[in-house]
Design a protein around this ligand. Structure first.
Ligand code: GLY
Ligand code: MN
Ligand code: MN
Length: 364
């Protein structure tokens, strides 16, 4: 049995479940290595029991699933075979009393249908399933990060006064696709005061001289994501912008150094403490506290466990991959964010996105 399925079955045992429905597409990809389903629509479910694994999908995907998905019985959902009919049949045959349902993923309508097929359901949390990555997963993220660095270099070379935010985003997308990868989320390109909107919607604003440029983008390679932000200046940065930039950079460096030192001493590192190190530094420098979490895990999804936030209960472990992304947002003026991806390998913090973080002013 694949180690991933083994890990899941162990988690189910800990929850005293006889079987579980897996409904989130990233978890389906993780367990089947089959990435054809859209994550915007509900096109498949898995049922994992003590002894068997089932994949339910409709005619659009059934032949591809039969061809590519190993270790699963492929069951077709259709007019005469609804998901709940399949579950009912299998639950009777395999004596499933307590069926687990992924608590962060299902709609109430789906829940009602699934619950009608068994005697008891229990919701369970799967956030830990993908939190620790294998070397193979980290290798895919490293490749996504390498393309990210190349794409950023390309943009720094290509960006010109008069280009719109959308044009810059399109240049990035073309570069990434030419390198056999996809976007991992909608690219954020924010000129001047638009950078103060943390997740600005890339629009038609044109680049003018002496403007800060905030770009936050990610690459998906072999299903694994990267995520990087850089803020740089077309022309000259003001002293106010420079001070904010150096504060963001230093707060990211404080967090990195904190992790590195504690890893070297083999001390426990709570991710909530890492968040506080960066946050407190910004406050000490008389800026507002960070208006979002310092970072997040990344893998098959751009945002996954662990969280680097004041409320995080996770501790750093080998195999984790996460962002560290402090920012200062000065409404109606500008925003500065610096974001990089890191992996923890053999008790060391390894930086995976490596574009320069030195304050960059482009003159041409
Ligand atoms: N681009 C989303 C994020 O940085 O979390
Ligand atoms: Mn980002
Ligand atoms: Mn991020």
């Amino acid at each position: 049995m694949k180690p991933r399925l083994k890990k899941l079955k162990k988690l189910l045992q800990q929850e005293s479940l006889d079987a579980a429905i897996i409904s989130s597409i990233p978890n389906i990809i993780y367990l089947t290595d089959f990435a054809h389903f859209s994550s915007e629509e509900r096109e498949a479910f898995l049922l994992i029991t003590g002894g068997n694994n089932y994949l339910f999908t409709d005619r659009r995907y059934i032949y591809a699933a039969q061809k590519h998905v190993k270790d699963f019985t492929i069951c077709e959902i259709g007019q005469d075979n609804h998901l709940e009919d399949w579950i009912k049949k299998i639950a009777k045959k395999e004596i499933i009393n307590r069926l687990g349902i992924e608590e962060n993923n299902i709609t109430i309508a789906e829940y009602k249908k699934i619950a009608s097929a068994v005697t008891r359901t229990k919701h369970y949390d799967l956030h830990a399933l993908r939190m620790i990555k294998s070397q193979q997963e980290i290798a895919a993220i490293k490749k996504a990060c390498a393309i990210t660095d190349q794409a950023f270099e390309h943009i720094v070379e290509q960006i010109q006064i008069g280009m719109t935010e959308k044009e810059v985003a399109l240049l990035l997308e073309m570069f990434i696709k030419k390198h056999h990868a996809e976007l991992s989320f909608n690219t954020i390109v924010a000129f001047a005061e638009n950078g103060a909107y943390i997740h600005h919607k890339t629009g038609d604003k044109k680049l003018t001289a002496n403007s800060p440029i905030l770009i936050d983008f990610g690459v998906r390679f072999q299903n694994y994501c990267s995520d990087m932000s850089r803020t740089f200046f077309f022309g000259k940065a003001t002293n106010e912008q420079k001070d904010a930039y150096q504060t963001v950079l230093a707060s990211q460096e404080k967090a990195i150094e904190f992790i590195q030192k504690k890893l070297a001493k083999k001390e426990v590192i709570n991710l909530s403490e890492v968040d506080l190190i960066a946050r407190d530094y910004m406050v000490k420098k008389k800026y507002d506290s960070l208006p979002h979490a310092l970072g997040h895990g990344i893998g098959l999804e751009v945002h996954e466990s662990p969280r680097l936030s004041p409320a995080s209960e996770d501790m750093i472990t080998d195999g984790m991959v996460f962002s560290i992304e402090p920012g200062i947002y000065n409404l109606n003026k500008f925003g500065i964010r610096i974001e990089d991806i890191f992996a923890v390998e053999e008790h060391k913090l390894v930086q995976l996105t490596n574009s320069s973080r030195a304050l960059l002013e482009i003159h041409n």
